[in-house]
Design a protein around this ligand. Structure first.
Ligand code: SF4
Length: 74
């Protein structure tokens, strides 16, 4: 990832609340940016966000438009 770039991941609240989608996202991300709470809902692991490889697997794993990987620059 180029220096000075960081990532934010946005998940539609309805998807984040759904345990099936949450599991899919947790399984698919190679750098563990997604985790599941005990109740099955999705948690974004903030401390792993800078590991994002922009692989788009999370975008493909979710219904269209429900996960966004946003590139931010300093
Ligand atoms: S783009 Fe890839 S590395 Fe980044 S959050 Fe999605 S699945 Fe994880």
């Amino acid at each position: 990832m180029p220096h000075g770039m960081f990532i934010n991941v946005k998940v539609d609240p309805a998807v984040a609340k759904d345990a099936v989608h949450a599991k899919k996202l947790t399984d698919v991300c190679p750098v563990n940016i997604f985790a599941q709470e005990k109740d099955g809902t999705l948690r974004i692991v903030e401390e792993n966000l800078d590991e994002c490889t922009l692989c788009d697997l999370c975008i493909q794993a979710a219904p269209a438009g429900k996960v966004q990987v946003i590139k931010l620059y300093e």
